[in-house]
Design a protein around this ligand. Structure first.
Ligand SMILES: C[S@@+](CC[C@H](N)C(=O)[O-])C[C@H]1O[C@@H](n2cnc3c(N)ncnc32)[C@H](O)[C@@H]1O
Length: 295
């Protein structure tokens, strides 16, 4: 076996994930001996990502499987390119803890499921029973699916109709009832809900690091997260809680904690708990998660 083959074999062995799961990160940069290279396994199809182009030559030699490659560049945001093995022309399904999600390698820069949120999906699923949950920045409704599977009801909110339609398919793939969804801006809708007195028992905040609405409103984590938290706190029921996330690498955990805390009303400020990433993202805790409220 060549050195990369041995490292891949070692990385796979370290990552035997219990449960009904066939989607996971299998290589996470230097922690696995591949500085700057990240590989996700989507039910046997690999998506490799790196800031450099072209990718390392040995990747294309892993002919036993489909391999796609995406250059990490939020500026160009190009879709993955075929590198080796069978070409994938259709969306396909993967499983995470028994839940099914639709993946599409041709859909653009993102493929439908963020593998780094597995533990958080599990956490919201465990507390969801009987709760009314608002899933903001819903994307393909992966958090919503976890909530519905846990026995909660969901309102998914996103600026993209195609992503909400993808989310609707994700509920169907799991045999779950369709959930309510709203196409619109999170800031506008949180303000409207507040005005109308509409409340939720749990709010999920997992925004992109930067976004711009069609009418030009800009969201930046470091500038606007506190406002987002304050608006979300305004629609919480008395016992309500929140999941606050950001994958902004440059933001220190203590700064994120301060941003979240400063948006919270006094009754919630002291029940803010940091939560870890999935273990396979070893030594690189860029995804920061704060759980607000009980349990
Ligand atoms: C990084 S994804 C969010 C990931 C998602 N929470 C998940 O768990 O998969 C970004 C999503 O936020 C949506 N979005 C960005 N700005 C928005 C805004 N102002 N209001 C509503 N949705 C927004 C985008 O359409 C996209 O679907």
């Amino acid at each position: 076996m060549s050195a990369p083959d041995q490292w891949i074999a070692a990385a796979l062995e370290r990552r035997a994930i219990p449960g009904d799961t066939d989607v996971r990160r299998i290589v996470h940069g230097s922690a696995d001996g591949f500085p700057g290279l990240f590989i996700d396994d989507f039910a046997g199809r690999w998506l490799a990502q790196s800031a450099v182009n072209p990718p390392p030559g040995w990747l294309a030699e892993q002919m036993a499987r489909s391999i796609y490659y995406k250059q990490l560049d939020v500026g160009t945001k190009t879709a993955p390119q075929h590198l080796a093995g069978e070409r994938i022309s259709e969306p396909f399904l993967v499983r995470e803890n028994g839940l099914v999600f639709e993946i599409d390698f041709a859909s653009g820069y993102s493929q439908g499921l963020f593998t780094d949120q597995r533990e958080n999906r599990g956490r919201v699923r465990r507390i969801a029973s009987g709760r009314r949950v608002l899933n903001t920045f819903a994307y393909t409704c992966a958090f919503g699916v976890a909530v519905a599977a846990g026995g909660g009801t969901v309102l998914d909110l996103d600026l993209s109709r195609p992503y909400l339609a993808w989310g609707a398919r994700n509920y169907r793939h799991n045999g779950l009832p369709a959930q309510d969804s709203i196409f619109g801006d999170v800031f506008d809708w949180l303000t409207r809900f507040r005005r109308k007195g509409r409340v939720f028992d749990f709010v999920i905040l997992d925004p992109p690091t930067f976004s711009r609405t069609p009418d030009g409103k800009v969201f930046r984590v470091e500038k606007h997260y506190s406002d987002l938290v304050a608006l979300a706190a305004g629609v919480l029921s008395d016992e309500g809680g929140m999941l606050c996330c950001t994958n902004q690498r440059g933001l220190a955990p203590e700064v994120f904690h301060r941003l979240v805390r400063s948006g919270l009303p006094p009754r919630l400020r002291d029940i803010v708990r940091p939560l870890p990433m999935p273990a396979e993202f070893r030594g690189d805790n860029y995804l920061k998660t704060l759980w607000v409220g009980h349990p």
